[in-house]
Write a protein that binds this ligand. Structure first.
Ligand code: CMX
Length: 133
């Protein structure tokens, strides 16, 4: 894994969170993007070489809706950039980590992504992401 690509934060209200985090960071988000498959609306802030992704659920089945119900708003996942997501998924599966998808999926911000179950990663939801190119 190369670096932290972004930190995902679950929020109840994306518009309100965009205002709050813009005040906190002293800058505006640079994009808003929906990922229909995941039932989320996201916004991104550029923070030097990494990013912060805010995520709001768009339906009751969304992982973000369930997370907020159980734990409230807050840090939801840490995403790590990888050069070759296929090789990294193979390596991590062989190491005994639980992959939440067998093949990389299209994610927000022009990425191919794969999640690892937090039960296998010390309680942290880890996302691998590779630039689609
Ligand atoms: N971080 C750490 N732990 C988490 C978690 C998270 N984000 N989400 C759930 N958990 C914990 C739960 O609290 C629960 O712990 P306990 O058993 O101690 O109560 C355990 O994981 C539950 O796991 P589960 O029974 O498999 O159930 P869930 O239905 O809560 O699903 C998870 C959890 C991670 C498998 C699911 O949220 C998932 O598939 N996530 C990946 C997809 C995703 O998060 N999409 C949204 C973002 C998309 C994007 O960035 O574009």
């Amino acid at each position: 894994m190369k670096k932290i690509e972004h930190i995902g934060i679950a929020v109840k209200d994306l518009n309100a969170a965009n205002i709050l985090f813009a005040k906190l960071f002293g800058k505006q988000h640079y994009k808003v993007e929906g990922v229909e498959r995941e039932g989320v609306q996201t916004s991104f802030f550029m923070m030097g070489e990494t990013k912060v992704e805010l995520l709001q659920a768009t339906n009751d089945e969304s992982a973000i809706e369930k997370f907020i119900e159980k734990r409230g708003e807050g840090i939801h996942h840490i995403a790590f950039a990888v050069d070759d997501i296929y090789a990294e998924m193979k390596r991590l599966e062989a190491e005994g980590f639980i992959l939440l998808n067998k093949e990389p999926l299209p994610g927000a911000d022009n990425k191919l992504i794969c999640f690892l179950h937090p039960k296998s990663t010390g309680g942290i939801l880890v996302e691998l992401c590779m630039e689609k190119g």
